[in-house]
Design a protein around this ligand. Structure first.
Ligand SMILES: NC(=O)c1ccc[n+]([C@@H]2O[C@H](COP(=O)([O-])OP(=O)(O)OC[C@H]3O[C@@H](n4cnc5c(N)ncnc54)[C@H](O)[C@@H]3O)[C@@H](O)[C@H]2O)c1
Length: 263
């Protein structure tokens, strides 16, 4: 898929990766870019910066009615949605001690919102014989996010759901990509580093921290090639292979890195 004349919705569009996608999609010639975020003011600022093809929408992705309404409004304005980017995400920066409300929020934002988006866009996309879903998951969805149990668990679930969609609907024209970056220089990572969270320190020590614009570059290539896994950090493929071939050795290596960072 290329972006020329495409109608695109991006959730979490006011954030680091979402706003970079919005700018890049507009630069690639998208017909409309809907920047949807819980933070309506920030979404408006991003849309204003992107220009006339963009407009902002207030959206809580954990509220199915709001997701349905946004999809219906976009289809009414522009006639269709070509690409829906389920990109909003949250971390917990904790382990098993995180309370149920924290686990529930991670589940709702990182996984259930992808289900709500698919339910809302699939009927029209399948009726038209195609469409594209880009789910921002994480390298945590194919590896492990040290220091964040709920993030690891829900991002694995997000990759699983994206794969299920792709296997189930690809023959009906639906294309699905799971975007799985490692460290990206956004408020999410910056706040973790500022707070000294172990997980953020492990990410920073594990490889390059990419700019959101570099992630957007990878997304453009991944969408053009219609790849299921989009890996802005190519080493994540090698890590995933090592993990699959030798889970015990892989985990021993991670524990060694954690011990070094804690020392
Ligand atoms: N930054 C990284 O290192 C990194 C690495 C891998 C994956 N990711 C994933 O990338 C995605 C984007 O994260 P980012 O790094 O740009 O972080 P970010 O914090 O800059 O952006 C996240 C955005 O999601 C929005 N959001 C949160 N809850 C929402 C809700 N209920 N409804 C609507 N919007 C909501 C926030 O307001 C924010 O604008 C997330 O899914 C994240 O898990 C980030």
């Amino acid at each position: 898929m290329n972006l020329t004349d495409r109608v695109v919705v991006i959730t979490g569009g006011a954030g680091g990766i979402g706003s970079a996608l919005a700018r890049r999609f507009a630069a690639e010639g998208a017909a409309a870019v809907v920047v949807a975020d819980l933070d309506a003011d920030a979404a408006r600022a991003v849309a204003d910066g992107v220009g006339p093809v963009a407009h902002a929408a207030a959206l809580d992705v954990t509220d199915e009615e709001q997701v349905r309404a946004l999809v219906a409004d976009t289809e009414r304005r522009y006639g269709r949605i070509d690409l829906f980017c389920a990109n909003a995400g949250v971390t917990t920066s904790g382990g098993v001690e995180v309370d149920d409300a924290g686990w529930d929020r991670a589940w709702r934002v990182n996984v259930l919102s992808h289900v709500y988006a698919a339910r809302a866009v699939l009927p029209a996309m399948l009726a038209r014989g195609g469409g594209y879903l880009l789910h921002t998951c994480s390298a945590a969805g194919v590896l492990t996010a040290v220091g964040d149990a709920a993030y690891t668990t829900t991002k694995h679930a997000a990759v699983g759901f994206a794969e299920w969609l792709s296997v189930t609907y690809r023959d009906q024209g639906l294309r699905v990509s799971a975007l799985c970056p490692q460290g990206v220089d956004t408020p999410m990572l910056a706040e973790g580093l500022a707070a000294g969270h172990l997980g953020a320190r492990v990410i920073a020590a594990s490889g390059a921290v990419l700019s959101p614009d570099q992630v957007a570059d990878s997304v453009i290539v991944g969408l053009a090639e219609e790849r299921f896994l989009i890996l802005p950090h190519p080493e994540v493929a090698a890590y995933a292979l090592r993990r699959a071939e030798d889970p015990d050795g892989w985990q021993a290596g991670l524990r060694k890195l954690v011990r070094r960072l804690r020392a």
